[in-house]
Each structure stands twice: as structure tokens, then as C-alpha cells.
Design a protein around this ligand. Structure first.
Ligand code: SF4
Ligand code: SF4
Length: 192
């Protein structure tokens, strides 16, 4: 490789970074020329068709065998057959929110507003009211969560002091036909 010293000050700031950048661009500019056969793109074309056909015929064969109850132990496809076969979700995955309940069915939320305050998308809106039980200061008379704005960061769950909001429903099907339908109220958030 040619001497790179003429291009930069080796003692200057970011010298190491510049050396690695120049080495990379030197490697790229010195790539091997393709020969005439490679220039036809046929080798890669044949290789791609071979790979696609291999998977296709492998899967078709095993699906047909499965229809006759043969070779059930061998998987016939490399993909999940969604929606009949949904992909298993990780237990840590953040899915649609829910409000947890007390034993009497009322929300555990104490309307402390922590989630509303921390939410970066500003999609939570809580109206606090005085709780009839003197041991509990407040409860949310309304709890609105706009899933159309939510970025699924999970901050609301992390910050909640009462474990009152969770993202463990396993439900990812939140698509709706209108933005308004993506606004969840307290009742909807408490549904099982
Ligand atoms: S997941 Fe993030 S964006 Fe969505 S409601 Fe909670 S804090 Fe807001
Ligand atoms: S942080 Fe928890 S307790 Fe506080 S308002 Fe939000 S859901 Fe309710």
C-alpha cells in the first residue's frame, strides 16, 4: 500500500480514524476486475436461481408429504405460515398496553401522572379524581392512551410506581381504519 503520510498529519486529531478510512477506500479502489464471464452476470444469476429453486422444491416436497401424513417431523417451510401460524413472541417484547386491576376490579392506577409526564410522544392523558377510599388518594376518572402516537418505548411502564400499566398483552394487532379508533380509553385498556 502506498505511503499515506502525505495525506494527513499523523499526530493530528482523528489520525487513527483517517488512516482506517483511507485504508478502506484504498481497498475498494483496488478491487479485482471482473473477467468477461463474470461480466455477463450469468454465474450469479445461475447461483441465485439454484438457491431459490432448492428451497422451493424442498418445501413443496415436504408440504405434499405432510398432506399424506408422511415425514411430519421435518419442517416443510423456512417461514412461519402467518396468520395461521403466528410467530412466537419474546416474553420481553413490548406489546399493546393494559391497565392492571385491584381485586375489586378497579384500576391500580393512582393518577400520579408519572407516565403522562415521562411519555416522549405525549400520548397519555389522565384525568385525576378523588378516590372514595381514604387510603387511596386518587384514581384516574379517565385514562386516554393514543396508540397512533405511541412509540412503544416502555417508559410509562418503567416509571409507574404501582405496576398499574403494563405492555404484556401479546397483542400487536392494533391496526384500525381511523386514527380515532386507535385512541384507547380506560375501559378498553382494562379489557382482558
Ligand atoms: S410506550 Fe412510550 S410512547 Fe407509548 S405511552 Fe408509554 S411512554 Fe408513551
Ligand atoms: S405512572 Fe402508573 S400510577 Fe401513575 S398515572 Fe401512570 S399508570 Fe397511573
Amino acid at each position: 500500500m502506498e505511503n499515506l503520510d502525505k495525506y494527513f498529519d499523523p499526530k493530528g486529531p482523528f489520525a487513527a480514524l483517517r488512516v482506517s478510512q483511507m485504508k478502506r477506500s484504498w481497498k475498494q479502489s483496488n478491487r479485482r476486475e471482473l473477467n468477461w464471464w463474470e461480466n455477463t452476470y450469468l454465474p450469479m444469476l445461475i447461483s441465485g436461481i439454484y438457491l431459490t429453486s432448492k428451497h422451493f422444491f424442498y418445501n413443496v416436497t415436504f408440504h405434499i408429504l405432510h398432506l399424506f401424513g408422511i415425514a411430519k417431523g421435518t419442517k416443510g417451510a423456512v417461514t412461519y405460515q402467518y396468520p395461521e401460524m403466528p410467530r412466537p413472541l419474546s416474553s420481553r417484547l413490548r406489546t399493546r398496553h393494559r391497565l392492571t386491576k385491584r381485586e375489586d376490579g378497579s384500576p391500580r392506577c393512582v393518577a400520579c401522572m408519572m407516565c403522562e409526564t415521562v411519555c416522549p410522544a405525549r400520548c397519555i392523558e389522565i384525568t385525576a379524581a378523588e378516590h372514595p377510599d381514604p387510603n387511596i388518594e386518587k384514581y384516574p376518572s379517565e385514562f386516554i392512551l393514543d396508540l397512533g402516537k405511541c412509540v412503544y418505548c416502555g417508559f410509562c411502564v418503567e416509571v409507574c410506581p404501582e405496576d398499574a400499566i403494563r405492555m404484556d398483552t401479546g397483542n400487536l394487532k392494533i391496526a384500525e381504519y381511523s386514527r380515532d379508533s386507535m385512541i384507547y380509553d380506560k375501559k378498553r385498556l382494562m379489557e382482558e
